[in-house]
Design a binder for this molecule. Structure first.
Ligand code: FCB
Length: 447
């Protein structure tokens, strides 16, 4: 493989960061070790029927024990940065108390990353709420937002400026809507209104935490990671489909971005679904809309939407390329999304904090040939470059994921890694896509 980095390539910019990403619950395992308490995902996994094959996070990639070799493997890839998350249940397994063993684990990890010259990008919350907080209402309770701010304060005091970039939350949409509205994620509740209330409390938590984070880590960048799935009308000449696709984006994109950037929730939700509107207290939106240093965007696919009596409905187009998740491969929608958001909002610099695909990968003769994933990365990197050429201020790109891991409700069945994990032996094998990245980064360094 050979990559071109002409003078004009936006990826030659020395401040553009390439990295790989993971999340604590998906890789760490050791879920009872060093006093870690139960999280909502441990509880969800233990609830029959919630996770494929009854898989859980007891061992995962055993990263809690293998972290050092994993970080060396990351260094071998030649990336500039590594995005990881902190397990709140390790830090505060007992309410109001700090567990020094939890803090030490992440301190060691961050120190080693810095030693290796890899920029640590830390996400404070990637879905593993301590179960004791869920027992008191979880994200439906305003109190949880204050608890998060306390946790963020403790963590940023402990790690300070040794971390390059902090994100408060990963994908509030998934925690709120998949967790409290559609029931596919922990804690598994299913009511529209609950989803919107949880979303508001998560955004409030983001706003409450930010000032403390800035104070404790004044040199680090502070922001949030949102996931966007752009919606396209099934029939662009059909007005109802166009409206339905727009409404899908009001919920999925603007409900999360507009309050952060503009201090307002989209009026379309109140107009079309007044019963979904959450309780918002005076001052909340001012907290939520404090300036952020960056916006992280996770992008995987697009939705194609048809109007129906029950609201926007997703349709599955025949004859398009799909991944092992059944998600359509659509890099053009990434460019279009970035350009559109850049026109619609005044945005801070943007990182693609996750992008990647699941494949039915297998290890054969010591190799994993994942050509579809190499092509996926190539086309999506191109899509990012086109957005940059069109004026979008992009600062980085992270592949999801470093290695195969616990893919939430799909358990270990879905493999998103650029590194293959043989769960029986915990052996890691670089897939063809990891080698693709290695070469890409080597050639870029030499360009
Ligand atoms: C995102 C999550 C990440 C991973 C990918 C496939 O929604 O942030 O943890 O599961 O999807």
């Amino acid at each position: 493989m050979s990559f071109e980095f002409p003078e004009s390539s936006p990826f030659r910019r020395s401040d553009f960061v390439f990295g790989v990403a993971t999340a604590a619950f998906q890789i760490e395992g050791a879920n009872k070790e060093d006093e870690r308490c139960e999280s909502i995902w441990d509880r969800f996994c233990a609830t029959p029927g919630k996770v494929a094959n009854g898989d859980d996070g007891t061992v995962a990639c055993d990263h809690y024990h293998l972290w050092e070799q994993d970080l060396e493997m990351i260094a071998e890839l030649g990336v500039d940065a590594y995005r990881l998350s902190i397990a709140w249940p390790r830090i505060m397994p007992v309410e109001g108390q700090v567990n020094s063993k939890g803090i030490e684990f992440y301190k060691r990890l961050i120190a080693k990353l810095n030693e290796l010259g890899i920029k640590p990008f830390v996400t404070l919350y990637h879905w593993d709420l301590p179960q004791y907080l869920e027992d008191r209402g979880g994200w439906l309770s305003r109190e949880t937002a204050y608890k998060f701010a306390e946790f963020a304060d403790i963590m940023t005091k402990a790690l300070g400026d040794s971390v390059f970039s902090y994100a408060t939350f990963n994908e509030p949409l998934c925690s709120a809507f998949l967790g409290y509205r559609f029931g596919q994620h922990a804690p598994g509740l299913t009511e529209d209104k609950l989803g919107f209330q949880a979303a508001h409390h998560i955004l409030l938590a983001h706003g409450l935490a930010l000032p403390k984070m800035r104070e404790n880590a004044p040199k680090a960048e502070h922001g949030i990671v949102l996931n966007f799935t752009p919606a396209y009308p099934a029939d662009p000449t059909n007005a109802a489909d166009v409206l339905a696709a727009d409404f899908d984006e009001q919920q999925g994109i603007h409900w999360f971005l507009q309050p952060i950037v503009e201090g307002e929730y989209p009026a379309a939700i109140r107009q079309q679904q007044p019963l979904w509107w959450p309780t918002i207290l005076p001052g909340d939106l001012a907290l939520i809309s404090q300036p952020i240093d960056f916006l992280g965007i996770n992008y995987y696919t697009r939705h194609v939407i048809k109007a129906s009596e029950n609201g926007p409905r997703q349709v599955v187009l025949p004859d398009v390329e799909r991944t092992d998740m059944g998600w359509e491969v659509c890099p053009e929608a990434l460019t279009a999304l970035l350009v559109k958001l850049n026109q619609r909002y005044t945005l801070p610099p943007i990182f693609i904090t996750e992008n990647g695909m699941a494949g039915a990968d297998s290890l054969e003769n010591g190799e994993v040939i994942d050509q579809q994933r190499c092509d996926y990365y190539q086309s999506h990197l191109d899509a990012v470059a086109v957005a940059m050429e069109q004026g979008v201020d992009m600062r980085g790109y992270f592949a999801w994921s470093l290695m195969d891991n616990f893919e939430w409700a799909f358990g270990y069945e879905k493999r998103f890694g650029i590194v293959y994990v043989d769960y029986a032996s915990q052996q890691r094998v670089l897939k063809q896509s990891a080698k693709y990245f290695q070469q890409f980064l080597q050639q870029r360094a030499g360009a």
